[in-house]
Design a protein around this ligand. Sequence first.
Ligand SMILES: [Zn+2]
Length: 470
Amino acid sequence: MLDRVSHANMVEMTVTRASGEEITMSNAVFVLDHDQRPLKPVHPAIARRMLDTKQAAVFRRYPFTIICQAGISTGSACPLRLKIDPGSKTTGLALLDGSRLLWAAELQHRGQRIKAALDTRRAVRRHRRQRCTRYRQPRFDNRTRPAGWLAPSLQHRVSTMMTWVARLARYAHIASLSQELVRFDMQRMQDAEIAGVAYQQGELAGYEVREYLLEKWHRTCAYCGVKNMPLQVEHIIPTARGGSDRVSNFTLACALCNQKKGTQTAAEFGFPHIQAQAQQPLKDAAAVNATRWALYRALQATGLLVETGTGGRTKYNRTRQGLPKTHWLDAACVGASTPDALSLLTAQALLIVSVGRGSRQQCRTNAHGFPIRHLSRGKRHFGLQTGDIVRATVPRGKHAGVHVGRVTVRQRPSCNLKGKDIHVQYLRLLHRADGYDYGFSSSLELGEKPSLSPIQPHARRSGWSTSRGN
Ligand SMILES: [Zn+2]
């Protein structure tokens, strides 16, 4: 594994700030001491110099980690905070040293593919049982699920995140964790509902209410159903007609509908069902995600201090700093510990794609279910395994050149690398298959104006106006 020739995945980018100043931004490189204990992460330039002067060697490529020679150190490890923004398809990870964002990643889950694989397996099993076989007793309702059971596609989300928390804790000194636990603060919302507190009370409360309404009304105008438009918080019964400022009296409307409705109630406007729908609070299942709680319990079990935040606060922190919406920047903005001025040392996150470790199916079938080939017992051929990341240097022929990527192995000495058949003699192993593929997330344009303008002092002025029954 130790290899110090290539720095291939230390991708740096030069960002020109609005002031014309050019800066290099890149994920920090993790450093281990001679006994594989984490040291202070360093800038890639320092890591490159250490590799060139043979003070260190490459320990691991993803995430890029170097190991120092005996007696060499980059300084004792400072306690870092790992922040997590769990999503259904992609999870953002951000590693902060105080107010400095050192390292970021986006982890893509494969929940849908797990579900599809299980559905296929179920169909095959059902078919097998429908064929002419002896009588079998039904055994579909004799099983129980343990408390806290999650579907495999959801459990996988928790497991992969814990894999990465454990992995990062090996390469960096992580002292505390932050996790976005809920989309919006139900307690805060309910208090507001009970006490009838106006939603404008405090900027943060406004964000919680908006997140709640966006979720409840599916991000569309309640009246015309238009999407991807600036939506306004709208009083179903206008305040001029005695409507309250409770969340149950709010819906979302586009500017046009809001204006057309005027001082009418929703029923008068021709939408009596809106009024009925607004009375029903959002189901707990939609507001509180079982997977996020399972992750929270798993994170707590690590013994580290876990801070939790709401989606409303994340959005508030991110827009206040004028940062664009990406999964990793959302992660950096999770929780109350987010610094007022986040200083970004990286402009591009490591993209981690969960791809699994292959199938146990030994007999592969064609589209009609007929067996067409059988897999060999061993997974490894010529020292390589499907999923290994390799570099191919092909001197001649139609594939001449250098190719890097995940390889698919065969029993014969020819591998498939990105659709090209390449002989194993040209391959060199870069990274052993570990169930993930790696790349880089789309880069951030920091030189340009952020796509989101910083929020206005009052929510009402920023396209999120309320109809006050005018
Ligand atoms: Zn509308």
